[in-house]
Unconditional design. Structure first.
Length: 269
């Protein structure tokens, strides 16, 4: 069984409160984007994990796909060992949620393969145990998210009339460091209302709290944002805590720009 976990972008991201449990409350809009990994599982005598494509760091036993398997097997003995192969295409540590997507799609794969009959609500509950933005990839539709990012409300938002340009310059931004740079506060413009305005208005009312500290540490990201606007983007933003930069353009109007060859560039037309 093969599935193709897709990434997400954040449209607006505000850190509103530091919680007693050490996490932060936030407000954001998650939007699915079709830059994809490939994930395959096969019945096997023992649990195995292999990967190709972008190198996956760390011990395979700690991979989110394996953790997803162990989480379900703990509650459902019907889940039997599988051979897991991940072809990694979504950049790692890029603010695109690739690892979270892989974990969520793994849950859905196992539910399907072993006919567990889990509801979407149950799958979201398991996904939330694996990571703050894993839950989004269960419905995998535009959502307004609060809490740690796991409390989701469907959102009527369709960017299919536009083209997207994603630029990942290979800069790793430590998420823990990024959170420490912020002073939580309510957004100036309520995101749930602002995101319903025309995209052409987002530049002034939809922002990402992480941009200020991350741009100060990595001025080249601010330069990329300037270049996106200079090349005709209607709206440009950083996704998550970085460092992928996103430009939204009129349909099929992405210009031919000579980006640095070290960058990962994705066009969604």
């Amino acid at each position: 069984m093969v599935v193709f976990p897709n990434c997400k972008i954040n449209l607006g991201l505000y850190v509103t409160n530091k919680r007693p449990d050490g996490f932060h409350d936030l407000e954001t809009v998650f939007y699915p984007v079709q830059v994809q990994d490939a994930l395959e599982i096969l019945t096997a005598p023992a649990l195995q994990f292999t990967s190709t494509g972008i190198a996956v760091p760390g011990n395979s036993a700690d991979n989110l796909c394996i953790r997803a398997f162990e989480l379900l097997q703990r509650d459902y003995p019907a889940v039997q060992p599988v051979q897991v192969h991940l072809h990694k295409h979504i950049p790692i540590g890029a603010g695109l949620g690739g690892g979270s997507a892989d974990a969520a799609f793994m849950l859905k794969l196992l539910d399907n393969k072993f006919q567990l009959g889990l509801s979407e609500e149950q799958l979201i509950g398991y996904a939330a145990q694996l990571g703050s933005d894993c839950a989004f990839f269960i419905p995998n539709k535009p959502c307004f998210a609060v809490g740690r990012g796991e409390i989701l409300a469907p959102l009527s938002l369709d960017l299919s009339g536009y083209s997207l340009l994603l630029i990942y310059p290979g800069i790793h931004v430590n998420t823990g460091w990024a959170f420490k740079q912020l002073t939580p506060a309510a957004p100036l413009h309520a995101l749930k209302t602002a995101i319903q305005q025309p995209v052409e208005q987002w530049k002034d009312i939809v922002s990402n709290d992480f941009e200020a500290p991350v741009f100060a540490a990595h001025p080249e990201l601010a330069k990329i944002k300037e270049e996106l606007y200079g090349s005709g983007a209607i709206y440009a933003t950083m996704s998550g805590s970085g460092s992928t930069m996103v430009g939204i353009y009129p349909k099929n109007k992405i210009p031919a720009i000579e980006w640095d060859k070290a960058f990962s560039v994705f066009q969604i037309k």
